[in-house]
Design a protein around this ligand. Structure first.
Ligand code: ZN
Length: 69
């Protein structure tokens, strides 16, 4: 998603902190957080990947849950 990539770039440029964007559904300020997920490589080694997630009340459970890559 282009929107997500732009958010990620913005975060690098501006540093951390809430961006003040509010979810139109729940009205909560949307937080951009770094989620670390483990995944298994083709060789059977475990690695970790960082992923930016945009989290508000609507999706906090899904965003923080373990998802298969
Ligand atoms: Zn929401």
């Amino acid at each position: 998603m282009a929107r997500k990539q732009r958010t990620f770039a913005d975060k690098i440029a501006k540093g951390t902190g809430p961006r003040g964007e509010k979810c139109p559904v729940c009205g909560e300020v949307i937080q951009s957080i770094m989620v670390i997920r483990p995944y298994k490589t083709d060789k059977g080694n475990w690695r970790f990947t960082n992923e930016m997630a945009r989290v508000c009340k609507c999706n906090s459970k899904e965003a923080l849950a373990d998802k298969p890559l």
